[in-house]
Design a protein around this ligand. Structure first.
Ligand code: FES
Length: 105
């Protein structure tokens, strides 16, 4: 299955029902997207798919094939949101990148 994550194309050999969160973290090593409740409530796993916020813990990768997925890793390291996530001073894991944050995509 071909996925486009943060502007890069990946060929993922997983079942289409595998949660996107698992693929991001375990297959691709993108650990900025967090596991919280695992049932689509807390928002810790939120990512942007084609400009829509989705909970990656309850989104199977089959639903995002051919779409653009953006994670916290696509934000520049000096962006205030990225800094607050990295240093743990904010609950900014719920703030998500916009397309303008990821202008290189
Ligand atoms: S981990 Fe809580 S909504 Fe996904």
């Amino acid at each position: 299955m071909k996925l486009r994550i943060n502007g890069k194309n990946y060929d993922i050999n997983e079942d289409k029902d595998t949660p996107l969160l698992w693929v991001l973290r375990e297959n691709l090593g993108l650990r900025g997207t967090k596991f919280g409740c695992g049932i689509g409530v807390c928002g810790a796993c939120s990512v942007v798919v084609n400009d829509q916020v989705v909970r990656s813990c309850i989104t199977p990768i089959g639903q995002v094939e051919g779409k653009s997925v953006l994670t916290i890793e696509c934000i520049d390291k000096n962006h205030p949101v990225k800094k607050s996530v990295d240093d743990g001073t904010s609950s900014a894991v719920r703030l998500l990148p916009t397309r303008s944050d990821c202008c290189s995509l």
